[in-house]
Design a protein around this ligand. Structure first.
Ligand SMILES: Cc1cc2nc3c(=O)[nH]c(=O)nc-3n(C[C@H](O)[C@H](O)[C@H](O)COP(=O)(O)OP(=O)(O)OC[C@H]3O[C@@H](n4cnc5c(N)ncnc54)[C@H](O)[C@@H]3O)c2cc1C
Length: 422
């Protein structure tokens, strides 16, 4: 197929994972014309973001999902987190956060990536103003002051999409980031996360556990039907051994690391593994283009924050675009404002997750008393604890209006046509 000059949009999003898919829903909800490009066919998305992993969603993320009408589609598959319990294996000192301390019904919510992804994927084809280019692969990006073009390879040949703004939501190995020429700092932790669902003897009572150990953190998240979602982070050299264990040996290893707070673990589901790395692009915007989600910041899954951070990118970008109604939604001013308002949240979350891993690393083994003292200090110093709680709720620093539960309204059709591309 030859390039057509008719494929014009307000925004082209590259990457239809959880973040890119959510952005497509958010931007069409305010009346924009959007193209979504994804290389994996929707029925195969289980191989990308939409898998068995349990994801913890913050309060801010719930509000963003409510703002884009996605929350009702998740309701059945979501478990509220009433309490968070952080401990250091084999040492004294714990920190607990209770929803009731903050006057909340829940500190967050746990759902399977597959459930969240399924809700996003079901909603995408229903949205007015949204064209899906799936499967399609980006071949080139060309930006000028007047507009941006993205060249695609599809099963039917090549296509060119024109828009006022291109958003790269194409994950850690982002093609758009490379095409924009944005440098990124990366770090391989040498760790792999093994995930599984398990059933403990006792009711989890909505408690999410984060247990720090010298070989990596272990998260035990409350899940539906009395199950818990496990994220067991381990040195990559040992990950295959954990995957190869019999169910009985896996449960025993888990029990050794976690203890008996939930009684004996009785049943384990399928296991899967994810290599863990860190990536941070200090500069995230360019001419008529920007990167969001894992393409801009990939963090250690220790505090269950990666997707939440990406959803706040979605919320702020949608807010700035809505505020620019009638003007140029890909202007340098808008993009600079995005960069400036998101930088602090990104930096703090990268530093926080990275700091947690370094503090509990084996080469600092002699510092266990200090670590425990740190947890005690956190538990007993309200200002420290409250600051951390606000951040994990997604309510620290500059909070996008969608994350505060505000409605952004609709941009009128006529205004959005004037958004500056061409
Ligand atoms: C074990 C584990 C547990 C986690 N737990 C949590 C948690 O509890 N809470 C939380 O908030 N976060 C959590 N995270 C982080 C979260 O999973 C990610 O931050 C989130 O999924 C990132 O989504 P994304 O859409 O930015 O990127 P991705 O999921 O990587 O999606 C990118 C998409 O772009 C597509 N793509 C890539 N290149 C191209 C191209 N050239 N052309 C077209 N399409 C392309 C891909 O196919 C993919 O669909 C966890 C991560 C791990 C590994």
């Amino acid at each position: 197929m030859t390039a057509s000059s008719d494929l014009r949009y307000d925004v082209t999003i590259v990457g239809g994972g959880l973040v890119g898919g959510s952005l497509a829903l958010a931007l069409t909800a305010i009346g924009l014309k959007v193209a979504l490009v994804e290389r994996v066919p929707l029925r195969d998305v289980g191989k990308a973001s939409y898998d068995d992993r349990t994801l913890a969603l913050s309060l801010a993320s719930r509000r963003i999902f409510e703002g884009i009408s996605l929350w009702p589609g998740l309701d059945d598959g979501v478990t509220p987190i009433r309490k968070v319990h952080v401990s250091n294996r084999g040492h004294f000192g714990t920190v607990t956060f209770e929803a009731s301390e903050y006057g909340l019904e829940a500190l967050g919510y746990v759902a399977e990536g597959r459930v969240i992804g399924g809700a996003v994927a079901a909603e995408l084809p229903r949205r007015d103003g949204l064209d899906l280019y799936i499967p399609a692969e980006v071949k080139a990006l060309d930006t000028t002051r007047g507009g941006a073009t993205v060249a695609l390879a599809t099963d039917d040949g090549s296509l060119v999409l024109r828009s006022a703004l291109v958003v790269g939501a194409d994950g850690t190995h982002s093609t758009i980031r490379a095409l924009m020429g944005l440098p990124a700092e990366t770090h391989d932790y040498g760790h792999t996360a093994v995930i599984a669902n398990v059933t403990p003897r006792h009711d989890h009572a909505g408690v999410a556990y984060e247990r720090m150990t010298t070989s990596g953190p272990l998260a035990v998240l409350p899940h539906v039907n009395g199950r818990c979602g496990i994220v067991w982070c381990t040195p990559s050299s040992q990950a295959q051994d954990v995957l190869d264990l019999s169910d009985a040996d896996f449960l025993q290893g888990l029990q050794q690391r976690f203890g008996y707070r939930l009684g004996r673990f009785q049943k384990a589901g399928a296991r899967a593994s994810y290599p863990i790395s860190r990536l941070y692009a200090a500069r995230q915007v360019g001419e008529r283009s920007l990167i969001i989600g894992n393409a801009a910041h990939t963090i250690y899954p220790v505090a269950a924050q990666g997707f939440n951070l990406g959803l706040r990118d979605v919320a702020l970008l949608t807010e700035l675009v809505a505020d620019a109604a009638g003007g140029d939604i890909g202007s340098p001013d808008l993009l600079e404002r995005y960069q400036q308002l998101r930088a602090r949240d990104h930096q703090r979350m990268v530093q926080f997750t990275d700091g947690m891993i370094r503090v509990f690393a084996p080469d600092l083994l002699g510092f266990n008393a200090l670590r425990s003292a740190g947890l005690v200090a956190l538990q007993t110093l309200p200002f420290l604890k409250n600051a951390l709680a606000r951040r994990t709720l997604g309510l620290g620093g500059h909070v996008p209006r969608l994350a505060l539960g505000e409605n952004l309204g609709q941009i009128s059709g006529d205004d959005s046509k004037d958004s500056g591309h061409g």
